[in-house]
Design a protein around this ligand. Structure first.
Ligand SMILES: *[C@@H]1O[C@H](CO)[C@@H](O)[C@H](O)[C@H]1NC(C)=O
Ligand SMILES: *[C@@H]1O[C@H](CO)[C@@H](O)[C@H](O)[C@H]1NC(C)=O
Ligand SMILES: *[C@@H]1O[C@H](CO)[C@@H](O)[C@H](O)[C@H]1NC(C)=O
Ligand SMILES: *[C@@H]1O[C@H](CO)[C@@H](O)[C@H](O)[C@H]1NC(C)=O
Ligand SMILES: *[C@@H]1O[C@H](CO)[C@@H](O)[C@H](O)[C@H]1NC(C)=O
Ligand SMILES: *[C@@H]1O[C@H](CO)[C@@H](O)[C@H](O)[C@H]1NC(C)=O
Ligand SMILES: *[C@@H]1O[C@H](CO)[C@@H](O)[C@H](O)[C@H]1NC(C)=O
Ligand SMILES: *[C@@H]1O[C@H](CO)[C@@H](O)[C@H](O)[C@H]1NC(C)=O
Ligand SMILES: *[C@@H]1O[C@H](CO)[C@@H](O)[C@H](O)[C@H]1NC(C)=O
Ligand SMILES: *[C@@H]1O[C@H](CO)[C@@H](O)[C@H](O)[C@H]1NC(C)=O
Ligand SMILES: *[C@@H]1O[C@H](CO)[C@@H](O)[C@H](O)[C@H]1NC(C)=O
Ligand SMILES: *[C@@H]1O[C@H](CO)[C@@H](O)[C@H](O)[C@H]1NC(C)=O
Length: 843
């Protein structure tokens, strides 16, 4: 063994001798005093402990060498490949505290060093108030995480000091966007080079600057489309407490930047708040402050800067403030070069807002490029508001205009009817808005007037369809109509073009909101047809004028469908029956499903002809079975004050058959059914009463018994319908009419039964359930092959009978009571009438 060892030793000595022979390859290191450089050669940290390569100066060999200026030394290595074992550190101290700084280009000094992995360290000491600028030559620097390595193994590590604490500004590779770094009061820059690097220059210079008043400023310069990742100081460790750091971005104005926070954590602040602050000079003149959790700005044109502000930590549990973000610089996507002229000079009281569909997604890590709207090309914002009286040039810098929405509001007011009664206002979306490539979300008209002035909207060519469950609107836009009085809203409903409603008269302040669905509005906006005018007071809450065409199936429902009609509110429909047609009017439910506390709820139906009979149903009666109307007719629904919160909501629909079909079918049915089945008499006799002949065709007068306050009664309009007992009187009024009619009918010849209905068979005592009628089924009516009445029950036997005149009461329809017995006793109905009559003395 000993022999072996000595052989090895001998071999080692021989090797050493051989290496010494190579001293021709020795290096002269010359350090001048002025350089203030210290060179250290030592074993690399990754080199196993026993593997070393000695460094020799004048035959004196050691494993580590440290030489300090001024000195001139010749050194040699005792191994052939010292780069495998040794590393070198060249530290240069630059003192700016005691004298002038040697600013300018920083050189890789001294020259002629051995080819070892080496680290140049420039330690610049400066006054706390002095700003130092490191300016990098192209291709600049790219920040990496401290644990990452650069592809060429050339790494810049920059740190600064706060008092005595070293703070890492960042670790960088060559070839990036970081063009300058400014620090305050001293900086340490370490440049690591691999042994085989041919780099001859440091790639940066140092200059002094006035105080930057913060930890550091990192400037990134972008020339074209690219992205960069940047990190807060000390990342991934905590950003120093109560510090400020800024990133400056130099971006050509034709490029857009988006900031995306990839990773951040927050510390526990005792005082102040952690935040980021943007200076976006192309967009805003003042800084924009965001939380780190906010969505960060994107699509920023041109230069801008971003600052990270820390807070005073809670000493017990400081937490960590850290931020890693990406900046993406790109050409504006799908940018239109079109400038839109929006001329609102002739508009009045209109305000248009263009804004992001959803202002903040709340997902900070999600990349969402910003859409900018530029007024006059240079002033770009995320949302803009345009107002009447002005003209705008709008330019979109947005790669997906779907992300933007337009909302607009227009106010039309009338405070004195003399000034506005004759005027017709167009409720159409101005072309200036509908032509924009951005979707109109909502256009709202606010129609304001005092109480005694009402509003009428007409849609002569398109007409409106009410959006209801069984006939949904499927057009590209719809109108949501709401009337508001004293903060209370009555939702008239949603209407869309292409129906039968030609006119709506309404009380109170009206809000009409046009909402669009899909892109079809662009086309459809060309034929908008909604006009509005102010009209004198109407008694009903609203009156719908319905002018259907013969093929139409008109589905209607009371306003405020979901909540129900408010107490004492009355609504009328003026329904036109097309020439040579018979209208079939049917209700969806069998009952009104309410119980009145005060007043009574009524459904009144009456043809618009002299001496027409009226079908009247009170809330305690069944609603009429499908009725046939041969003339234009009225439907009026008025509410009482119900006992419970449940309010009145009714749906009905109207369909048409031509008069011929109608008659022949009736005959066919009568003949066929009469021959085949036994007849059980049921007469659906509606309350028939003659209205006072003096009534004029005026709407309000049509329904004298509406539960609303009548204007003529008080002369003034101060009294609201809900704040007095006028409804009671109105009801009594009606009761008187009924009373009279009762007398009138007594002994008179009862008119022919004009409404047939099938025998429904026995019914239980159960509360009324929705009838087995569906609007969809009812649509079959137009098919003349089918029975025009009650097609939904055509499997049941039809039975008909003429009730004897004396059995007819004004409450005829109650004759089909819940037990299915034919007729309610006269007494019962008389009693009911009596109830009403008893109220009469109040009047
Ligand atoms: C050299 O560096 C040391 C230590 O930082 C400093 O004390 C000394 O003043 C420096 N000398 C010159 C000439 O810069
Ligand atoms: C020199 O640097 C390379 C790359 O970082 C490394 O693999 C090698 O171990 C280093 N040499 C020494 C002696 O540390
Ligand atoms: C710099 O980086 C870009 C990609 O980021 C690369 O295409 C280019 O070749 C690099 N240049 C140098 C000199 O490394
Ligand atoms: C830079 O340093 C020089 C000398 O030290 C001084 O005269 C000059 O004012 C400094 N410039 C700034 C911007 O601080
Ligand atoms: C974000 O931080 C977490 C935890 O600090 C780390 O695991 C993850 O790698 C980081 N992501 C990035 C993109 O830096
Ligand atoms: C940030 O930008 C604003 C506006 O351009 C400028 O006034 C301010 O000096 C900048 N701040 C820094 C630290 O670059
Ligand atoms: C828009 O204008 C810019 C500069 O004026 C031009 O570079 C670009 O090609 C234009 N884009 C389109 C789609 O016309
Ligand atoms: C943009 O939207 C913000 C918040 O939604 C609002 O405060 C600001 O007034 C809007 N700006 C314009 C010009 O409408
Ligand atoms: C819209 O509804 C009507 C019936 O209400 C129907 O005839 C029409 O085809 C529907 N249109 C679309 C686009 O769904
Ligand atoms: C309509 O609104 C205006 C202003 O808001 C108000 O003065 C007026 O009384 C309202 N009219 C009604 C009927 O509530
Ligand atoms: C708009 O109308 C034109 C012609 O009338 C038609 O070709 C186009 O498909 C329509 N676009 C939409 C979205 O309906
Ligand atoms: C009812 O509607 C028809 C058809 O539109 C119309 O001629 C008539 O004047 C209306 N009646 C009232 C009282 O408004």
């Amino acid at each position: 063994m000993a022999g072996g060892r000595s052989v090895a030793l001998a071999a080692g000595l021989l090797l050493a001798a051989a290496q010494l022979l190579q001293l021709a390859g020795s290096f002269a290191i010359h350090l001048r005093a002025a350089d203030n450089i210290t060179v250290t050669i030592k074993p690399g940290s990754s080199v196993p402990p026993l593997k070393y390569c000695e460094i020799c100066i004048k035959q004196m060999c050691k494993s580590e060498l440290r030489i300090t200026a001024p000195v001139k030394e010749d050194i040699a290595f005792k191994c052939k490949t010292p780069e495998k074992y040794l590393v070198m550190e060249i530290q240069k101290n630059i003192d700016c505290m005691s004298g002038p700084c040697p600013f300018g280009d920083v050189h890789l000094q001294p020259s002629g060093l051995p080819r070892l992995n080496r680290t140049y360290i420039w330690d610049v000491k400066a006054n706390k108030k002095v700003g130092l600028e490191l300016k990098f030559s192209t291709p600049w620097l790219r920040q990496i995480r401290p644990t990452d390595t650069c592809p060429d193994l050339i790494t810049y590590s920059i740190s600064s000091c706060i008092d005595t604490t070293r703070v890492s500004i960042g670790t960088f590779c060559r070839n990036g966007s970081v063009s300058r770094i400014k620090v305050q009061g001293g900086v340490v820059l370490a440049l690591q080079l691999p042994w085989n690097s041919d780099l001859t220059t440091s790639g940066f210079n140092i200059a002094n600057r006035s105080s930057i008043k913060r930890l550091c400023i990192i400037e990134s310069t972008f020339k074209g489309e690219t992205s960069a990742t940047l990190m807060s100081a000390n990342y991934p460790l905590g950003f120093p407490q109560d510090e400020l750091m800024t990133w400056q971005f130099v971006v050509p104005s034709n490029l857009r930047s988006s900031v995306i926070f990839r990773n951040y954590s927050l510390s526990n602040c005792e005082r102040k708040e952690e935040r980021v602050e943007y200076y976006l000079p192309a967009l805003y003149s003042s800084p924009e402050v965001f939380k780190l959790s906010d969505k960060q700005p994107a699509n920023i044109p041109g230069n801008f800067n971003l600052s990270l502000q820390g807070c005073d930590h809670d000493d017990q549990n400081p937490g960590i403030l850290s931020l890693l973000f990406r900046i993406v610089v790109q050409y504006p996507q799908n940018e239109e070069n079109v400038t839109y002229l929006i001329d609102l000079r002739k508009e009045r009281d209109i305000s248009i807002t263009i804004q992001p569909k959803s202002p903040h997604s709340g997902r900070p890590l999600q990349f969402e490029p910003e859409c900018l709207i530029c007024k006059d090309l240079r002033i770009c914002e995320r949302n803009v508001t345009l107002t009447s009286g002005n003209m705008y040039e709008i330019f979109f810098q947005c790669y997906d205009l779907e992300r933007l929405r337009i909302t607009a509001e227009k106010t039309i007011a009338c405070w004195d009817l003399r000034h506005c009664q004759k005027k017709i206002y167009d409720l159409t979306v101005p072309r200036a808005i509908s032509q924009l490539p951005v979707r109109l979300d909502k256009f709202t008209w606010k129609l304001l007037a005092p109480e005694e002035i009402n509003v009428e909207i007409i849609s002569p060519s398109l007409k409106l369809q009410q959006h209801i469950q069984d006939q949904m609107c499927n057009k590209s836009y719809s109108y949501d109509i709401v009337s508001t009085t004293q903060g209370k809203e009555l939702k008239l409903g949603i209407f869309c073009p292409g129906g039968s409603i030609e006119k709506i008269q309404m009380r109170d302040n009206i809000t009409i909101s046009l909402k669009t669905y899909g892109r079809g509005f662009l086309n459809d906006s060309l034929n908008q047809d909604l006009k509005m005018s102010f009209v004198p007071f109407i008694k009903e809450e609203c009156i719908f004028t319905v002018t259907p065409d013969p093929k139409a199936q008109v589905y209607l429902q009371t306003p405020n469908w979901f909540e129900g009609l408010p107490p004492y509110v009355s609504v009328s429909w003026n329904i036109t029956v097309p020439r040579k047609q018979v209208a079939r009017l049917a209700f969806l439910k069998e009952r009104m499903d309410i119980t009145c506390e005060t007043g009574r709820a009524y459904v009144n139906i009456k043809e618009q002809k002299p001496k027409a009979e009226e079908t009247v149903r009170r809330e305690d009666e069944l609603l009429p079975e499908p009725l046939h109307m041969y003339h234009h007719f009225w439907v009026n629904i008025s509410n009482c004050k119900p006992v419970t919160k449940k309010q009145l909501s009714l749906q009905f629909w109207v369909t048409f058959v031509s008069q011929k079909t109608d008659l022949s079918l009736i005959i066919a049915v009568v003949v066929g059914v009469a021959g085949a089945l036994s007849i059980i008499g049921i007469i659906i006799c509606c309350t028939r009463k003659k209205k006072k002949e003096s009534q004029n065709p005026n709407v309000g007068t049509y329904n004298a018994n509406i539960n609303t306050q009548m204007p003529g009664r008080h002369g003034l309009f101060k009294k609201r319908r809900q704040d007095n007992d006028s409804h009671v009187y109105a009801v009594i009024d009606d009761a008187m009419v009924y009373g009279d009619l009762l007398k009138e009918y007594n002994g008179s010849v009862n008119p022919e039964v004009d409404v047939y209905r099938p025998f429904d068979g026995p019914m239980g005592d159960t509360p009324p359930t929705p009838p087995p009628i569906s609007f969809k089924k009812a649509t079959k009516i137009s098919n003349s092959e089918e029975l025009p009445f009650c097609p939904e029950r055509d499997s049941e036997p039809y039975t008909f009978a003429h009730r004897k005149p004396e059995e007819t009461t004004s409450n005829g329809d109650t004759s089909v009571n819940s037990t299915g017995d034919v007729g309610m006793s006269l007494l019962e109905s008389k009693e009911q009438e009596g109830l009403v009559v008893q109220l009469m003395p109040k009047e």
